[in-house]
Design a protein. Sequence first.
Length: 340
Amino acid sequence: MPREIEITGIHLHANATPCFHFCRYCQTAKPKAIPAQFSRYAALIDRFIDWRIASGREDFEICPWYGNSHDYDREVRLGIRRLDERMGDITNVVLLGGVAHRSRKDMAIWLRERQEDGIDTLVASFPGQGKHHDYWNNKKGNYQFFLDTLRTAAAMGMRLQQRVLLIRDSVASLERLFDDLDAIDPPSYTRWSIPLFYSGLSKRLENERLTEQEMAALPLRIRNSLRDDHPHWRSERRWMDYVHDSADQGPERMALSFPISDESLDWAERRSCDEIVAELEARWRAAYRAAPSRQELCEGYGNPQSDKVYMMIGQMERLWFDRYLQENPCTFDIRSTHFH
Ligand code: SF4
């Protein structure tokens, strides 16, 4: 049966800020920036906010994103804050991932500038401790840089959000990582741990993905740090049960995704928001109707022997789809789907 979809919003994502890291698990697989002039990006987001108000589609989700690294200048920082305010969704966090290495003194200035903009939380992701972190983030000295910056931020009164990636190779180092993080003074942090995503470069790391058994055997301290949604994570085998049990649930609800670059902005600027949504929606509907159904992917390409853990059905399905592609040509516009 062809897939039917229901469009709930639009992701307007640019990758326009330079990332200075080269993580081996990068979700985007494209840490290199793709130019998108900020004023043109912001004008499109403004247009969509105006359109949502004028069309009365308050429930139509608009998700802007300017860059994977937050190492951007004041004009961009203030512009993003203004857009957040218009959308009533102010982000008070800054990501340390992708930020160029600077001295502790220069990082204190960098943090102070962001504090003055209203940022109160620094987010840092750790795929392991010490050399494990540097290996997976593919940048020598990055672990020390992260720890030093977290210490500086804590001393300046910022909250810390520590995100930990569960990777088989480095999971044994996590107790030492937690020791290092617990020693930061003052202790004002949230911490959560998650399995690998299945996207970007992480797709090549299936051998590093923990199984249900391995998750259950984690030391209590690490188990206690699993993100709040962990009761919904499932092994591949259990995702297959989920798909069997949830067949025929009507159209899949999803947001369109429109990657922003100077080139795609040329296209968008020649169209009204109504026209953009209508054209993209038509492409997405056609692509999903031609794509194999979730049930077909599950039946044909799921592995009932696998107890590796995935966080969401969307990621599980991408893996099934990649197995499908090894045996079948792609006969639809994959860029107009979430398989891309
Ligand atoms: S910092 Fe983020 S965008 Fe940059 S390489 Fe790492 S995961 Fe990718």
